[in-house]
Design a protein around this ligand. Structure first.
Ligand code: SF4
Ligand code: SF4
Length: 267
């Protein structure tokens, strides 16, 4: 059972053997394996907003500095919204900048994709009783972990890798990226793409935007939440996603202050 690492989303949905949470597989990873760390070289790791939040916090970096130093945000045809990819170190044979001789240097804060490997996750856009979210096993020749006799269920793997928190914190972003808006033929403007990038990934810049612009004069935000937004990145991320649903999708996910609403209506 397994799927190629570079399978396309369509192939994953149609061809990959689907694994439920209680399905089991055999796998073990550790420094005694000859392949140790090989999977951290020349690899494409798409970072979620929560991955960026955890890494920049662990490294004590401002989000703008972290993004500039450690990520790229590629543009490609047909792209719907900005994505962020971990930048490999060209001077060290394209290995992950966090790979050390003893393994992952940010292990406690490693991205969701690193935690889940060799499992991937897929989600049909419109789940039905027979077409539900599922996991699948990624098989790569370089990885010797599949030959190790250590059986585990998908559910146990997710729990042992500490990926549950990432899935919980990623729920709002997942909903944002699966929204029907993206099915339409309305590409984001440059300004909207920058708002998306800032509110999802560049949280310290978003915080400055909230507190140093007219933002809080325009939107109604209760005092307790304003205080939370000053210091709590997770709260700020949820707030940013709520704001994007208003500014990009036009949903009533936030309220305008009464005076700002009157000005907008020319009264
Ligand atoms: S077993 Fe697989 S996941 Fe573990 S170090 Fe080797 S290549 Fe990486
Ligand atoms: S973050 Fe850690 S686990 Fe992920 S690729 Fe880099 S070194 Fe490997």
């Amino acid at each position: 059972m397994g799927c190629e690492a570079l399978a396309s989303p369509q192939t994953i949905l149609s061809d990959c053997p689907r694994m439920a949470l209680d399905d089991r597989f055999t796998f073990r990873c550790g420094p005694e394996l000859a392949c140790f760390g090989h999977c951290c070289r020349d690899v494409t790791i798409v970072l979620t907003p929560f991955d960026v939040l955890r890494l920049k916090t662990a490294l004590g970096m401002d989000s703008s500095d972290f993004l500039e130093q450690h990520t790229i945000s590629p543009r490609f045809e047909g792209q719907k919204f900005p994505i962020v990819i971990l930048k490999m170190d060209e001077e060290r044979a394209k290995q992950c900048p966090f790979l050390s001789e003893t393994g992952c240097g940010v292990y406690a804060h490693r991205p969701w994709a690193c935690r889940m490997y060799p499992l991937g996750a897929a989600e049909p856009k419109s789940p039905t009783p027979t077409d539900q979210p599922f996991h699948f096993l990624v098989r790569e020749d370089l990885c010797q972990g599949h030959g190790e006799a250590c059986e585990v269920s998908v559910r146990q793997w997710i729990s042992r890798q500490g990926a549950e928190e990432y899935e919980m914190m990623g729920a709002g972003f997942k909903e944002l990226t699966l929204h029907d808006f993206w099915d339409g033929d309305r590409p984001l403007t440059e300004a909207q793409a920058d708002m998306f990038y800032m509110a999802c990934y560049d949280l310290d810049r978003f915080r400055r935007f909230v507190f140093e612009s007219r933002f809080l004069q325009v939107f109604e935000v209760d005092e307790a939440r304003v205080e939370a937004l000053r210091n709590d990145d997770q709260e700020l991320l949820e707030f940013g996603i709520q704001w994007l649903r208003l500014t990009i999708f036009g949903e009533r996910s936030m309220k305008l202050r009464r005076d700002a609403a009157l000005r907008r209506n020319g009264k």
